[in-house]
Design a protein around this ligand. Structure first.
Ligand SMILES: CC(C)(COP(=O)(O)OP(=O)(O)OC[C@H]1O[C@@H](n2cnc3c(N)ncnc32)[C@H](O)[C@@H]1OP(=O)(O)O)[C@@H](O)C(=O)NCCC(=O)NCCS
Length: 136
């Protein structure tokens, strides 16, 4: 199966949504297109159809976050996600890499070289949306 990989290429909200929907995830199409535009992303195509992507946000020197690593189920277990991860790791080689994962995917990220972060914190989106900054 010939998979073509691209980086930061032209992409539509509909194409992105089709990949999200293939794994049962939903997003706002306009927001997610904007989010991609603000990220460095890798895409994977089969017969001109977007079948997978992975995106990152980096300062280019110190810190890189990895998000939305998604492969259409019909194309999973063929090494596509690992190839996209390699492209992101290579692009921002030498920076700290961070990601969060769902438990089912821990082993995949371990195979990409990731390990547990001994101390880390986060704030989820809903909390950040409702946060009363003055009350902190
Ligand atoms: C997780 C996901 C991106 C992996 O994509 P993929 O293209 O199937 O992964 P690859 O084929 O590149 O797998 C690379 C290696 O990781 C392993 N692997 C992949 N997914 C795995 C999983 N869920 N559990 C354990 N191992 C996994 C593969 O067996 C392969 O091992 P190998 O190198 O020893 O042969 C894909 O299953 C997916 O899109 N899931 C739904 C969306 C999602 O949950 N994304 C991650 C958000 S945290």
């Amino acid at each position: 199966m010939k998979i073509i990989y691209k980086t930061k290429n032209e992409i539509t909200g509909e194409e992105i949504m089709n990949v999200f929907k293939s794994v049962g995830w939903n997003k706002n199409p306009e927001d997610i297109l904007d989010a991609f535009k603000n990220s460095y992303y890798v895409t994977a195509y089969h017969n001109n159809k977007l079948v997978a992507f992975a995106r990152s946000i980096s300062d280019g020197y110190y810190y890189t976050g990895i998000y939305d690593v998604i492969v259409n189920p019909k194309y999973q277990k063929k090494g596509i996600a690992k190839e996209m991860m390699k492209m992101l790791l290579s692009k921002f080689k030498g920076t700290y890499f961070f990601l969060s994962y769902t438990e089912d995917n821990r082993e995949f990220y371990e195979k990409c070289g990731f390990e547990d972060l001994p101390s880390g914190m986060w704030m989820n989106r809903e909390k950040s949306f409702n946060l009363d900054i003055d009350k902190l």
